[in-house]
Write a protein that binds this ligand. Structure first.
Ligand SMILES: C[S@@+](CC[C@H](N)C(=O)[O-])C[C@H]1O[C@@H](n2cnc3c(N)ncnc32)[C@H](O)[C@@H]1O
Length: 407
């Protein structure tokens, strides 16, 4: 405990000295406080110190409550999920309380133990930075809604799905299928319901803002400038927000962000700002039909292959072959499971949770560096994996693959 306390003190000092030397504030739960620390990843020492501080503080907290209570809390604290979903609703209730005052009070007071709302004077509820974020930050609110509302039952059904379909690699044999009693793959399921599809889209946007898998990591982690004037096909590009961010930074690049037809209906399709309209197109293409874009294309798959078991990834990579010409490049940016003991607690936990979520929704999994070479070789031996690398501080790897087949 003393060693941890010393580490916490040391890391805190690194962070506070960094902030005060630049006249910056720390993040705070105060309603007007900063929602995140103003320490960019490029400032490696304080950036890492903050991750290490969070890991050490969590470990010290866990030790101080002890294993027995820690385990009890782990189950007990699922209550957190209830009120995170409630926050937005309270705002909309406008004095009309279908759940009754007593229930509202108990939910709010429990929420406050997680720093959602505060009560400085008895019965006077105010916002904290967290509750205000839930109100104002649309992607983040949808992220909370997606996890709490849509994922809650599937998570609870996942072990049952594992027992019912042992070792399955089918996207129709998951906790989602059991929870919602259907036999559709995940994306077909969400496209049936506009509200769910929109919530998922917004949630993906918020996921792109998390530490270690941010859109900045995509822009800075790959040498896009070396492509010169080129077109990048962003396969499964959702509403094009990754394409648009890279396009902003690299004016010589054009993007075709492909996605399923369900993402391109008048109700679901995203908006490309005017200044990018002639460089970023939102089009329709399914992974399992032969790819039709050829030309000088680079194919980019971000957060796609981790959503499919090996069996289906092989099919996706085979469907890409008709579009490939000698020297065509396929770039994958996807979760990187860290080697044992190489990541901080915060990063490791994020990746392990994502790995589980892949199981819950689609029976897929995150991959380690070696897995990529095996996967491309299984799809077609004319794929040559040039390199696999994980940018510093990122939890997502880049895999650069060159097509060696003839035209
Ligand atoms: C996890 S999201 C990743 C979105 C984006 N590439 C990113 O990095 O945030 C997966 C995307 O793949 C799309 N998708 C899923 N199945 C597909 C299919 N069979 N064909 C085309 N797109 C698909 C989904 O609609 C979704 O937008």
């Amino acid at each position: 405990m003393t060693a941890l306390a010393n580490e916490i003190s040391h890391k805190t000092q690194i962070i506070t000295e960094y902030l005060s030397s630049r006249g910056l504030e720390a993040a705070s739960f105060d309603v007007n406080g900063l929602a995140k620390f103003p320490i960019p990843p490029q400032d490696q020492i304080p950036f890492r110190a903050r991750l290490e501080l969070a890991s050490a503080a969590k470990e010290l907290y866990d030790i101080s409550v002890g294993p027995k209570q820690d385990l009890r809390d782990l189950a007990w604290d699922r209550h957190r999920l209830v009120h995170e979903g409630l926050t937005a609703k309270v705002e909309a209730m406008n004095g009309n309380l279908p759940i009754g005052v007593l229930n509202l009070r108990r939910l709010l007071r429990h929420a406050m133990t997680n720093r959602i709302f505060c009560e400085k004077t008895k019965n006077q509820v105010g916002h904290t930075r967290v509750s205000r974020l839930l109100l104002k930050d649309e992607p983040l609110r949808n992220w909370a809604g997606f996890v709490c509302n849509d994922m809650w039952l599937p998570i609870a059904n996942t072990v049952e799905a594992m027992k019912q379909w042992p070792g399955s690699d089918e996207p129709t044999e998951t906790g989602v299928n059991l929870a919602y009693k259907h036999n559709l793959p995940w994306f077909d399921f969400i496209h049936q319901d506009q509200t769910l599809a929109n919530r998922y889209n917004q949630a993906m946007k918020a996921h792109g803002g998390t530490s270690g898998s941010s859109v900045e990591d995509v822009v800075n982690g790959y040498p896009w400038a070396n492509l010169g004037e080129a077109t990048v096909v962003d396969m499964g590009g959702n509403q094009g927000y990754i394409s648009m961010t890279i396009a902003e930074a690299h004016p010589a690049l054009n993007f075709i962000a492909q996605d399923q037809a369900g993402m391109r209906t008048p109700e679901t399709i995203g908006t490309v700002p005017d200044h990018l309209a002639n460089r970023v197109q939102l089009t329709t293409h399914g992974f399992f039909t032969p790819q039709r874009e050829v030309a000088d294309c680079y194919f980019f798959l971000r957060a796609i292959l981790h959503g499919f078991s090996d069996k289906y990834c092989v099919k996706i990579l085979q469907a890409l072959v008709p579009a490939l010409r000698k020297g065509s490049v396929v770039v994958v940016n996807d979760g990187a499971l860290p080697e044992l003991g190489t990541a901080s607690y915060v990063e490791e936990r994020a990746m392990r949770t994502l790995d589980l979520m892949m199981q819950v929704t689609v029976n897929a999994h995150e991959r380690e560096a070696d897995d990529w070479t095996d996967l491309f070789a299984r799809a077609d031996n004319r794929y040559h994996v040039e390199r696999v690398w994980t940018p510093e501080r990122s939890v997502m790897s880049f895999v650069e693959v060159v097509w060696t087949g003839e035209d």
